[in-house]
Design a protein around this ligand. Structure first.
Ligand code: SF4
Ligand code: SF4
Length: 344
């Protein structure tokens, strides 16, 4: 694997070229937070963020999207709506890349989802290694400190320059066409290793106190624990933990009818298993009526049910749920460590 080097003084030139030829979506500052949005100038792009408020999943599974347009009546018809405009997603941390990889597998399994998959095909992803750790992050414990695939280019900030790894022929073309770079020296490549290990070490200051692959077994023994009732007692059923999670992908589907009552659109919107009506069905029955059952379900889903499909826990340790939960009960670190402690 050949590593290249882009001087920071040449980075703006690269970004400006990308903006000129592509729609570039990337990380920007919004007051004290970081968000993904359209990048209009190189100065807007921020690569030293710790974590964004909302993960990049919104580019592949938008909060609200039309699946198809329809006409009812004597000549019914349906026209699929597929968004496949090419774009560049610039500034994705390894834990979010891991989450995207998990989502890819989920949306490609069973009946493949063309809406998600077309958007994924249309995206060029430029990853970036974190150089700062968000206060509630624990990605180093979730096997997401670094990643070796799932990106077209991967940037690592080593001070005055970025080391760039190529992950695909499309990434290689972007770099050679629009960037000014040279091969990295062995010393510069070593600096990348030391940056990664320093940040990973910083992330290990908090984390899960046992190997993550033991989470499914821990959960199997925890179904009846009083813990779920006790902690869920503070739950506001706000759904924030679902909304901000890069591996939560549940949605609801509803038809929006036009006033003519003939034409309309079938819409898909994010949903969340912590919301009160998530498991409510047509007869009015709610399969997870209590806060405790919804709260428990979220951890079982991530730590046990999806393990069979992904061969991994469906949590990448970004810490967004922990930061966003007002009563501070959503943090997987606290939940899993408490369950393990109670087992002793
Ligand atoms: S666990 Fe926290 S973030 Fe999630 S629904 Fe309950 S209060 Fe909201
Ligand atoms: S469960 Fe929380 S820490 Fe894990 S991926 Fe989702 S938001 Fe991040």
């Amino acid at each position: 694997m050949e590593l290249r080097l882009i001087e920071k003084s040449d980075h703006d030139f690269f970004v400006q070229n990308l903006i000129h030829h592509y729609q570039v979506e990337g990380v920007k500052r919004k007051e004290s937070a970081f968000i993904y949005g359209l990048i209009k100038s190189p100065e807007e792009l921020c690569l030293d963020f710790d974590c964004t408020l909302i993960p990049p999943k919104k580019y592949f599974l938008p909060p609200k999207e039309a699946l198809f347009q329809f006409a009812s009546g004597p000549a019914p018809e349906a026209t699929p709506v597929i968004a496949d405009d090419p774009f560049i997603l610039f500034g994705v941390h390894p834990y979010d890349l891991k989450a995207i990889h998990q989502m890819d597998r989920i949306f490609a399994s069973g009946v493949p989802d063309p809406h998600y998959l077309k958007r994924r095909e249309a995206a060029l992803i430029i990853g970036v290694d974190p150089i700062r750790v968000a206060p509630r992050a624990f990605w180093a414990d979730m096997g997401a400190a670094t990643i070796s695939n799932g990106f077209d280019l991967m940037f690592t900030d080593i001070g005055e320059s970025f080391i760039v790894e190529t992950g695909s022929s499309k990434g290689e073309a972007l770099l050679t066409q629009y960037g000014k770079c040279r091969p990295a020296t062995k010393e510069e490549a070593r600096e990348r290793v030391s940056v990664r290990s320093r940040v990973s070490h910083a992330c290990k200051k908090r984390g899960i106190a046992f190997p993550r692959r033991e989470i499914p077994t821990l959960l199997k023994h925890s179904w009846d624990k009083i813990f779920w009732e006790e902690w869920a007692d503070k739950c506001l059923s706000c759904g924030t933990c679902n909304l901000v999670c890069p591996t939560c992908y549940c949605f609801d589907v509803k038809d929006d009818m036009n006033l003519d009552l003939i034409h309309g659109e079938r819409m898909r919107r994010w949903d969340g298993c912590l919301l009160q009506d998530f498991a409510k069905v047509a007869t009015g029955e709610n399969f997870r009526e209590t806060r405790a059952s919804r709260y428990r379900h979220r951890f079982f889903r991530k730590g046990l049910y999806l393990f069979g499909l992904l061969d991994d826990v469906a949590c990448v340790g970004c810490g967004r749920c922990a930061s966003g939960c007002l009563p501070d009960i959503a943090d997987p670190v606290n939940v899993f460590n408490k369950l393990r402690e109670d087992e002793k």
